[in-house]
Design a binder for this molecule. Structure first.
Ligand code: FAD
Ligand code: SF4
Length: 477
């Protein structure tokens, strides 16, 4: 008797995300990827195996029940999918666009071992966008909230200092439980790196505003142009009746290379360069007051998302040529693979294994070239990545009109200096319990980049959410 053959379910390829053609998008600031249609989202959702033990969830820092939301999409239940995601994530349209899914949920998806993982991020983005669009069509007045307005009449009052992903996530979770939350943000717009750092062609600012408005709908109050440690001190918040404070002020102070010529005209930190365009709207000058940075030949130093964003922004501002210098090889680049791929397709050149040793200027102190030391890879360092080693005597000179330094950041110091009794670790970040965000100061919690150093949107959000839970437990709400 012949045994019946087990039929293997055919694994279909991942459904591609429509996007603007590379050369077209390199000349505009519109979003590069266009999002799934309902049909594409359904096709991609059907690839999910609905595993008995779904590993994808283990890879999500905020533990979204991924299997459940994709299961809802398989049943065409958009409301159900949205409700599942919202239970865990207060910024799904943002995370669906910028999270490094390849190393998180999608990296754990069982299909990644057999071929391509389910496109979890793209599905999350689809749910957030489609839900908001449908709400807007149904009732434009409540479209931005996505949830019923909550009366917020419980006595618990919390102040979140810093309106980036960490502060917003903390505020969103607390407000959803009825706490009265006020976010104090130093800048004139809420969102942190989401509005001043990540460019609109990757994360449209309307998407961030929509998510912020959803929180306003939950009763969160936003106070912009309030600088903790300058406009007010932490102790004053308690005097005003707040029960707890969450600090999420990020790590926005740029690091430099400390090589000669870094103060020449034409040399920028990536932070300043991107802020000028994203917040200052320099790309729309003279309709906005911020003059655009000079273009010409642009050299960007670094290999992370920030370097990719700066390089692609320079292209869109009209640069003649954009070159990224990175001291290791492409395989070690910390930027998301998708961002490197997009940058190259748009025409950015990447020179690996070289690092600037000086910026050279003319008599008027304008940058004219960058001298870069050529390197090779040596033994792995404490981070596990191979250490770049100088190739003795091998220095190359690259003509440049603009240079952008994107080699990392450090803590925003204003609040920390004004709060000397807040313990910091040896790198200058706030010491906080990794599970609860609790600091050594009573009822003061902290999370996000100001605790971990520069990390990711979702890790900052995870910290905000854990702190919110701890605050609720502390006050018995
Ligand atoms: P932030 O986003 O820095 O927010 C802190 C907020 O606090 C800011 O709004 C700031 O103005 C405010 N603030 C500072 N000091 C004070 C004060 N004294 N009083 C009141 N408010 C204050 N991560 C990803 O996951 N994917 C990406 O693709 C990605 N791309 C990035 C691109 C760029 C250009 C940059 C710079 C970062 C990128 N990141 C990315 C990292 C990610 O954005 C950060 O890890 C995340 O934003 C950290 O969130 P946060 O809330 O801790 O800090
Ligand atoms: Fe679906 Fe992959 Fe999660 Fe399994 S691991 S439930 S296939 S997304």
């Amino acid at each position: 008797m012949t045994r019946p053959q087990k039929t293997k379910k055919k694994i279909l390829p991942r459904v591609a995300m429509p996007e603007q053609p590379a050369l077209e998008r390199a000349c505009n600031f519109e979003e590069v990827t266009l999002g799934y249609t309902a049909e594409l989202a359904r096709q991609e959702a059907m690839r999910c195996l609905q595993c008995k033990r779904p590993l994808c969830r283990d890879g999500c820092p905020v533990e979204i029940d991924i299997k459940a939301f994709i299961g809802c999409l398989q049943e065409d239940d958009l409301d159900g999918a949205h409700a599942v995601i919202r239970d865990y994530n207060s910024l799904p349209a943002v995370c669906g666009r910028v999270c490094p899914q390849e190393s998180q949920c999608e990296g754990k998806c069982v299909l990644s071992a057999k071929g391509e993982p389910v496109a979890i991020g793209r599905l999350e983005r689809y749910v957030a966008d489609a839900f908001a669009a449908r709400q807007e069509a149904d009732d434009p007045c409540t479209a931005l909230t996505g949830a019923p307005v909550c009366a917020s009449d419980k006595p618990l009052r919390v102040a979140c200092v810093g309106g980036g992903p960490a502060g917003l996530s903390c505020a969103g979770h607390l407000a959803a439980q009825g706490a009265r939350v006020t976010v104090f943000e130093a800048l004139h717009e809420v969102g942190g790196v989401l509005v001043y750092g990540i460019p609109g062609f990757r994360l449209p600012k309307d998407v961030v505003r929509r998510e912020v408005e959803a929180m306003r709908g939950l009763g969160v109050v936003f106070r912009t142009n309030w600088v903790g440690g300058c406009t007010f001190e932490l102790s004053e918040l308690f005097d005003q009746g707040f029960d707890a404070v969450f600090i999420g002020v990020g790590a926005g102070l740029p690091r430099f290379l400390n090589v000669p010529g870094e103060n020449l005209l034409g040399v920028f930190s990536a932070n300043e360069y991107l802020t000028r365009v994203n917040l200052g709207r320099a790309n729309a000058f003279p309709a906005y007051d911020t003059p655009p940075p000079p273009t010409g030949r642009v050299v960007v130093v670094g290999g992370g998302n920030v370097a990719m964003d700066a390089a692609r922004t320079a292209l869109r501002l009209g640069a003649e040529k954009v070159t990224i210098l990175y001291r290791r090889t492409e395989a070690e680049m910390p930027a998301r693979v998708e961002e490197v791929h997009h940058a190259k397709a748009e025409g950015v050149e990447i020179h690996c294994l070289c690092s600037p040793v000086s910026f050279n200027g003319d008599q008027g102190q304008h940058l004219v070239s960058v001298s870069a030391q050529l390197m090779e890879l040596g033994e792995p360092d404490e981070s596990g990545r191979c250490r770049p080693v100088c190739l003795e005597g091998q220095v190359t000179e690259i003509p440049a009109d603009t240079a952008i330094i994107a080699v990392g950041t450090q803590p925003n110091p204003v609040l920390l200096r004004a709060t000397p009794d807040l313990p910091l670790n040896r790198w200058g970040y706030i010491e906080a319990d990794p599970e609860t965000g609790e600091t050594a100061l009573p009822n003061v919690f902290a999370g996000g980049d100001i605790v971990t150093g520069a990390a990711t949107v979702i890790s900052a959000m995870g910290a905000g959410r854990r702190a919110a839970k701890a605050i609720l437990e502390r006050f018995g709400s």
